[in-house]
Design a protein around this ligand. Structure first.
Ligand code: SF4
Length: 182
């Protein structure tokens, strides 16, 4: 099996994990992936454009999927408080519970935790692989805030040097469209 085969099988099994949830089982993969992205992204990245970039799909496909999710009351939209032209997307409580419930049953995480050092080395190698491929493809990295070169601690709080704003503590493990490697 090539590495491509292994990653494809793992991604497929991960999708099956989501499908064991009664709320998610009937949704197309693109909708499940959009919900998962909205669970994982920070408050600078929950826009329709960011979902489109992250999923690497056409604007039309993602817009249609977001509309369907809204009709099913799995997401809702709000205007950006500082810029009324911008739209922000949020998970509803039932969507958040469904995605978090599916993740709690995630077999990949369970097996990883049984590997030597909790599978940390494997995770670092795969992350290195992902970054190299992203750089070759010229796409955004969408990395975790705590590892971004703009992340700083100021008086015991997280601070973003790019936006010049304090960051909520819970957001540092979330992914960001503006992330840049150290
Ligand atoms: S520090 Fe980096 S990842 Fe975090 S909010 Fe700022 S730009 Fe985004």
């Amino acid at each position: 099996m090539t590495l491509f085969d292994i990653l494809e099988r793992l991604a497929n099994l991960q999708q099956s994990g989501f499908r064991r949830n009664s709320l998610l089982e009937s949704l197309p993969s693109v909708q499940v992936n959009a919900l998962y992205y909205l669970l994982r992204c920070n408050h600078y990245s929950n826009t329709p454009g960011s979902v489109t970039e992250y999923l690497g799909l056409t604007k039309g496909t993602v817009s249609q999927s977001l509309r369907k999710l809204e009709e099913k009351a799995l997401i809702y939209r709000q205007s950006h408080p500082g810029d009324k032209r911008k739209v922000l997307l949020f998970l509803t409580d039932k969507a958040r519970q469904a995605i978090e419930g599916a993740l709690s049953q995630d077999n990949i995480a369970k097996v990883q935790s049984a590997l030597p050092s909790g599978g940390e080395e494997l995770q670092l190698q795969l992350m290195g692989l992902l970054r190299q491929v992203q750089l070759r493809e010229g796409v955004r990295l969408f990395g975790e805030c705590q590892f971004c070169r703009f992340h700083q601690r100021q008086q015991g709080q997280s601070f973003c040097r790019l936006t010049q704003e304090l960051l909520p503590s819970e957001s540092i493990t979330l992914i960001c469209r503006e992330f840049e490697s150290q």
